[in-house]
Design a protein around this ligand. Structure first.
Ligand code: HDD
Length: 740
């Protein structure tokens, strides 16, 4: 019988961790960490070292076929532990990923609040953000059409403050009591548990029709916001109205917003669909990859503030979570910045076990009477009990960094050991009294409340169309066409006529043309007249186009460089260096992941490049742009390869910038069949469509990517600029995006 001694197995050892962004929280987490090393040895949970992890104790006979013994504590423990590894996944937002980081306050708002985290600009507050989809199970794909969760935990010196937000500033429903209904309707249907992580089905759209309050939200969900390019390129919104109270006891209503430094960008639908199969972990990997490469994602932290005295000054109710606070009426004031700078050490104990509660607030921050928020405050604590157990706040990732002292006791899996003879207050030892105001106790705002106890909604809560029109009016033409395409896709998946017919009719309340076009696409009615006149108003901040970074950047963008045997090394090296210099990530893609030589390179020189991936392994969908350097043999080989041709056509169809030099220009021309343009310097180009070409790939022609401006002349500058614009929308407007 063989006995295998494992080489790297574990006794307790404190892991060494990077200090960046770690702060007090990571220092605290380190105390609970173990790391397997060559010197550590496998033990049972009760500490005894084990001789094997492979062979169950058995009665051995001559043929070595005897029965196994239930006596074996090591085998039983191993199987028991495995049998109980799963905990319930989150009832919504089950699929997600997260990272650690830092919140820095640039500007104190002490005139609004006495919260330390919003007044002390010298602090670096440790944070954890978990991003998620809403509908899918834990193992579902990242790029499905859905709302994205954006949950921020700030480990402040005064306690944990959670902002449990989304990437869309509003919600489907107004009253928390409807939450189980909207989620039941959106999740897989009960009779067959289909579809997974999709809103494209009868029940979802039936609910949307039956609840006019959801109208504004489904317009957002059907827009490009529903298919973000990256968690790093989406906004976050606290959605609900909270309150801020200052030292004088004055109160303001507030909404919290996070705006990404990289701009707000989306995938295109065909790409999102393909990625769901080609790389279901696309968003998860994207976040980890960026942090690993030091391209730390950042968001500006903003507040919208309304004094109590102005609560009723608007044509919408400011406590209605299905309404935005339009930025032209209530501007965003940016006061700080969030940065993610550290990946998790272990997914389960950190990303899976982190638990958020809207009710987690710190002194200076309070709730409003928003009926959605009030219900959420009950729900989150409750759900953690079934997911993690009553002592879930003692789990390392959830522990505040400040002292936690109270007389809550016992319960399953209690960790903390509370010493002393008493477990109640007041007590004869005067042990552990409540805090005074001066000691930082949470001060309840003395809100006057008068009213009739009844179930009711105000008139403003019953108006559901005005802001849906505002949103739709504010979109660019391209974004509007995406809403039409998304609705057409979704309603096409509804096979009960009553569902798509009624919904199509409802769209006429927002925009008659939209309703008629959707009706035509899905076989629904084509309404003759608008259900409501469109007020024609627009507001800033609703279109994603409003968020292109003022200084163009391609930092952390994934760029594929396609080569084959005999590629042009001058063009390759210049492009590769330029991509790196602009903090983007170049990936070499070849026909095979085996060494490739440049044109004229001696195969015995040992200089060959081994591609990062081959065409089949990483498709064009996984990159933001592609580059094809020239080289006679290389281009001939690419031209003869169907996958390479498809790569170029697909990237073009997904509106991605394409750069080609030398012989590759003809290859791209052939693949795309675009009209030729001759520039003053004699080089052919298709720059109007984000295709940047250069016949002569001599170093002096390649330009120097130091600054990137719209008028940039150099080949590389033009390419970098095209990538910084995310996608070439003009192709779509001109109907050239069909070659996917
Ligand atoms: Fe919720 C999770 C965001 C309304 C009940 N919600 C959850 C998460 C996010 C949101 C980001 C995932 C947190 C994580 O990563 O662990 N939810 C929202 C937003 C809402 C909203 C922005 C509207 C403003 N939610 C909402 C209502 C209820 C819930 C009205 C119940 C009445 N949400 C839950 C929950 C979850 C949850 C069932 C599941 C897992 C969890 O809480 O921790 O309690």
């Amino acid at each position: 019988m063989s006995h295998i001694v494992p080489e790297t197995v574990g006794t307790v050892k404190h892991a060494v961790m990077g200090s960046k962004g770690s702060g007090a929280k990571v220092a605290q987490l380190e105390q609970d960490m173990v790391e397997p090393t060559k010197d550590s040895r496998i033990t049972a949970d009760f500490g005894t070292k084990q001789a094997t992890t492979d062979d169950w104790l058995k009665v051995n006979n001559e043929q070595q076929t005897g029965p196994m013994l239930i006596e074996d504590p090591f085998a039983r423990e191993k199987i028991h532990r495995f049998d109980h590894e799963r905990i319930p996944e989150r009832v919504v937002h089950a699929r997600g990923t997260g990272a650690f980081g830092t919140f820095r306050l640039h500007e104190s708002i002490e005139e609004l609040t006495n919260a330390g985290v919003l007044t002390d600009t010298s602090r670096e507050t440790p944070i954890f953000i978990r991003f998620s989809t809403v509908l899918g199970s834990r193992g579902s794909a990242d790029t499905v059409r859905d709302v994205r969760g954006f949950a921020v935990k700030m480990y402040t010196e005064e306690g944990n403050w959670d902002i449990v937000g989304n990437n869309i500033p509003i919600f489907f429903i107004q009253d928390a009591m409807k939450f189980p209904d909207v989620i039941h309707a959106a999740k897989p249907e009960p009779h067959n548990e289909v579809p997974q992580a999709q809103s494209a089905h009868n029940n979802f759209w039936d609910f949307m029709y039956m609840h006019p309050e959801a109208t504004h939200m489904y317009m957002w969900a059907m827009s490009d916001r529903g298919i973000p390019r990256s968690y790093r390129m989406m906004q976050g919104f606290g959605v609900n109205a909270f309150t801020l109270t200052n030292a004088k006891g004055e109160r303001h209503f507030v909404k919290f917003t996070f705006t990404p430094e990289l701009g707000v960008h989306s995938l295109v639908w065909d790409e999102a669909l393909k990625l769901a199969g080609q790389d279901p972990d696309f968003h998860r990997k994207d976040l980890m990859e960026a942090i690993e490469h030091g391209a730390y994602p950042k968001w500006k932290f903003g507040i919208q503030v309304i004094p109590e005295s102005r609560e009723h000054d608007f044509d919408f109710d400011i406590l209605d979570a299905t309404k935005v606070w339009p930025e032209d009426q209530i501007p965003i004031r940016y006061i700080g910045e969030l940065e993610l700078n550290r990946n998790v050490d272990e997914f389960f104990t950190q990303t899976e076990q982190i638990a958020f509660c809207t009710s987690h607030i710190v002194p200076g921050i309070g709730f409003s009477d928003d009926p959605l928020l009030q219900g959420r405050n009950f729900s989150y604590f409750d759900t953690q009990i079934s997911r993690l157990g009553i002592n879930w706040e003692e789990i390392p990732i959830n522990k505040p960094v400040c002292p936690v002292m109270n007389f809550n006791r016992d319960g399953a899996m209690r960790h903390r050991i509370s010493k002393g003879k008493v477990n109640y207050w007041p007590n004869r030892f005067e042990a552990q009294p409540p805090a005074s105001k001066a000691e930082g106790a949470y001060q309840q705002y003395p809100q006057k409340v008068v009213g009739i106890k009844e179930r009711a909604r105000s008139a403003k809560f019953r108006e559901h169309v005005s802001q849906a029109q505002l949103f739709y009016n504010s979109l660019s033409e391209v974004e509007k066409s995406h809403v039409l395409a998304a609705l057409s896709f979704e309603l096409d998946h509804c096979d009960e006529a009553i569902v798509y017919e009624r919904l199509t009719t409802r769209l006429a309340d927002i925009d008659l043309n939209l309703a008629r076009s959707v009706g035509e696409m899905v076989g629904g009615p084509r309404p003759e007249k608008a259900g409501r006149d469109n007020h024609g108003r627009k507001a800033p901040g609703l279109s994603q186009m409003d968020y292109l970074p003022k200084t163009p950047t391609i930092a952390s963008r994934r760029i594929a460089i396609l080569i084959s045997e005999g590629y042009d090394s001058v063009a390759f090296n210049a492009t590769y260096a330029a991509i790196k210099a602009a903090s983007a990530l170049p990936f070499v893609i070849g026909r095979r992941r085996s060494p490739i030589h440049a044109e004229g390179e001696d195969p015995s020189s040992g200089k060959a490049i081994t591609p990062d991936h081959h065409f089949e392994g990483q498709r064009s969908t996984m990159f933001d742009a592609i580059v094809i350097p020239g080289g006679k043999a290389s281009v001939a080989s690419l031209s003869a390869n169907g996958r390479a041709l498809h790569y170029v056509r697909e990237a073009f169809g997904h509106l991605k910038p394409i750069a080609a030099t030398g012989e590759a220009v003809d290859f791209v021309n052939k693949a795309l069949q675009l009209p030729q343009v001759t520039t003053s310097s004699g080089h052919e180009a298709h720059e109007s469509y984000g295709v940047v070409t250069l016949r002569e790939a001599k170093p002096e022609h390649l330009g120097d990517v130091v600054t990137v401006a719209k008028e940039a002349k150099g080949f590389l500058e033009k390419f970098v600029y095209a990538v910084s614009q995310h996608r070439c929308w003009q192709r779509e407007l001109d109907g050239l995006n069909m070659m996917v």
